[in-house]
Structure formats: structure tokens, C-alpha cells
Design a protein around this ligand. Sequence first.
Ligand code: HEC
Length: 469
Amino acid sequence: MKKTLAISALCILAIVNGCSKKQEKTQDTPPGAAATADKTPFPDFGYLPPPNEYSGPVFKLSQDYPDAVPNGPLPEFFETDYKKDWRKYLEQVQAYCFEGNTEVDFRVEYNKTRAWYHMPWQHFSLTGSGREGIHGLTQEAPVQPFQLAPTQSSDSAGAVAVGFYNDVAGYTIGQVWKDHYAPDHSKDVAFKNGAVLFKLLFVTLTEKEAVSQVPWLANGIWWDGYVVSNFKRMGEPDPAIYRHKTKVVLIQMDVMIRDDRAPTGWILGNFQYNGKLNKPDSWQNLIPVGIMWGDDPQDSTNASNPQPTKTIINPNLKETIINPDANELPATHLGWNSRLNGPVDNPMSSCFSCHSTAEYPQYALMSPLFNEDTAKVNPPGSAGWMRWFRNLPCGTPFSSDAHSMDFSLQLAMSLQNFYDWKAKQAGLFYDAYKSSEQRPMMKAAREEAEMPEEAAQPVRKVQPITFPY
Ligand code: HEC
């Protein structure tokens, strides 16, 4: 009860002042904690092809996070009006993310312009989706047939991706992960004003499929990756055995900016590859899809466009702007009722919606649709469903009994993966949880997990498996 009150008070603070005040409060480190911190380096990746298949450069996790809040000048786009000049704003953000990176293939250790960091603990995952060692890619969502184009019949491809964090964002990662074997998730995380996060997404279509099925992937940027390219295999007990060295093609770029000017503190943007434009620098074929700074909670109309033949723009949205140029932007599905989303994202969701659930423990599903029971009690447009389309301020947990990971789903996953790994090392296996009827503590946890709280609450059936140690 006390905590709920505290959170509401902080929400008000966050709305008035961005997250700044709250950050002062939540980012304190207990005195002496750093002195004993275990700094054994985080593993760079989890999977690398055997030497007879690959001998090129390997992914190096950038993990020398700043100890103090970086106090350099903010990038120039913090002066640009992100609503009125949304396109200029997105182009400036993209230029900032590209600078010093495109010429070194995003091997950020060679970037001469500015430091970029990665999120630790993406190398391990119980589902086998962990980071590979050529470019640091992780397995993401499958791509549904006809999701990308009316000619895209492939039903087995999926997205693989790698994320990057600037120095201001890297500082916050370093605070949570100060001790590499005892992360601090005792309070809400709040990135500082000036944090910039971005992600490059590729698809596992073959070269033949890409060109014949998705015309705008022509003149593509192809990377080597050590991945499970057939996403149907990802459901199998040990999907890692299906990894192989293959080429993957760039399709999308996502950006997230912590900016005090935005009502919730976050601005999210997206770029889609259009190789038909065939610009001299292929990276410039990533053209703006749009921008969002809120989730339009007032609009509960249920609409989506999962197999797009044209981009449908919803004029009623007040917090999403979509690129109206159909010549430049190939037909794309966007998110729920045309909120911003990228081509490989879920057409019933939105950037803001999924990312607002980032918390630890990760009680909330990224969408009610990801669990049949939750979907039943929260049909699209219902009050329960609209919990995923609230304008949650930065640094505020989605579930009142979790701590916010401030929109960073990789940060939430880093903790989850770490504890899953730890549980395995301790010999407490996931399978033991599944067949735990005879253990009273686990039985109680299972029962609680399967009991809907009330119609508007997510059903905690797929609650992450974390145990006290
Ligand atoms: C269906 C849910 C979902 C949607 C929709 C979604 N994302 Fe994500 N996003 C994720 C997950 C899960 C991760 C973490 C996994 C990863 O990156 O490997 C992530 C990671 C990211 C990252 C890396 C930073 C971090 O720590 O979270 C960025 C940046 C990002 N997304 C931006 C966006 C933007 C911008 C959009 C909309 C164009 C978007 N996302 C739509 C689920 C989603």
C-alpha cells in the first residue's frame, strides 16, 4: 500500500519534471558497494561457429561503462522540435548513431567519434536465443507470411538484432551491473536525460527469397551471423544445434531517446530499409517510418493491418507521426490501430506498448496476446487491454510489485537471463519447476501464478522462473 502511494507520488513528479528528480533518489549506491564488486568481465557472446567455418573478426562486448554521469553536451537533436520537425529530428538521431560506426561495421570498439556500449547477459538464454559471436546478434521474433510484402510467402524466417547504448545510457547499465555477480534491482531504474539506445534488425531470409519476395530489400546490407535461420526450430528443446553461419539482411533500425521534453520522458523512432532508393551509401536506405512519444490511450478502436498492401495512417493519433510519403516508405503494417511499429514488430502492439512493460521481475507480458488466458480476459480495446496502451512515465513499473527497468527490455532480460543461468548452475533446473507438484513452496507459487487476479490484470502464468537463493 505504502509503495503504491510512493509510486503515484513519483509518477506525478515524473510528469512534472521528467525523471530527473526521481533519478537522484533511485540511483544512489550504498556506500562501500563498489569496493567489493566482482568485476570479472561479462562473456562477449554465447555461440561462435567452429574455426573451420569462420575465422573473421568476433563480437566484443563493450562493457567499460562510465562510473559517473557523462556531462558532455547533449546531441544537437535535443534542440530540434521532435513534433514539428519530426523528420529532421529522426535524421539527426540516425546520423548520431551512424557516426563512426557505419565505416567500422558497428564494431564499436573502433569508433573514433564516441563511445557506445552493449547490454550484458544477452549471451545466455533458456530458450537458446542468446548472442552469437560474429556481430553480437540475438534471435528475436519470427516473421509471419505476408507480414513484409504481399509476395512474402516464406513462413520460417525471423529477425535477429543487436542493440547499442550511448555513454549516458551506459552509465545506467553500469549502475545496475556494478557487481557482475550481484546486480542491483532493488529500486526503479531511470535512465538520465540524454540516453540514446538503438538497435539494428536483420531478417534470416535467403538472398533468393529476399530479392524475389520483398522487393524493397534489393541492394541490401548483408551481415554474417551464426543463427538459427529457420525460426520454426526455435521451439525445439535445443535450438542451438540448428545454428549455422549464414547471411542476414538489414531491414529495420529502432531508436529510443530519453528526453525530458517528452511528456513521458521517452521518444521512440523507427526506420525501414528501402533498397529501391539505392542511395550511394546503402545505410541511407534506412528511411524514417515515424516517431512516437506516447501511446494514445484515448484511442481504443481495434484495428490492425497484418498483411499490408498499403500503409494505413490513423489521423486520430496525437502521439504518433508516420511518414506519409508512399513512394519512399514501402507499404508497412505499423502497430495496433496504426501506432508506430517496425516491419518485423507485432502488428497488434506498438513500440511504446511493449517497452512500457520492462520491469524486474518481469511479471507483465509484453502483450496480452502472448498468453491465451490473458488474451481471453483482456480482448483488444477492453479496459484490461488498454493497460498496455497507458502513457506510463519513464522509470515507472508496469506492475506495482515490480521495479521499473525504464523501457529497456534488454536490461530486464539481462537480469532474467542471469538468474536463469544462476538457477542452472545451482542445479535447480527449469524442468524441476515444471514438475514441482510435490514441493510445497513451488506448488504455492504455481497456484498463485495461474490464478487470475481480476479481469484487468495480466494472468501470471508465464511468470519468469526466479527462485530465492
Ligand atoms: C512485441 C514487443 C516489441 C515491440 C512492438 C517493439 N519492441 Fe523493441 N524490443 C523488444 C524486446 C523484447 C527487446 C529486447 C530484446 C532484444 O533487443 O534482443 C527490444 C529491444 C529494443 C531496443 C534495444 C534497447 C533495449 O534495451 O530495450 C530498442 C532501441 C528498441 N527495442 C526499440 C523499439 C522501437 C523503436 C520499437 C517500435 C518501432 C520497438 N522497439 C518495438 C520488444 C518489442
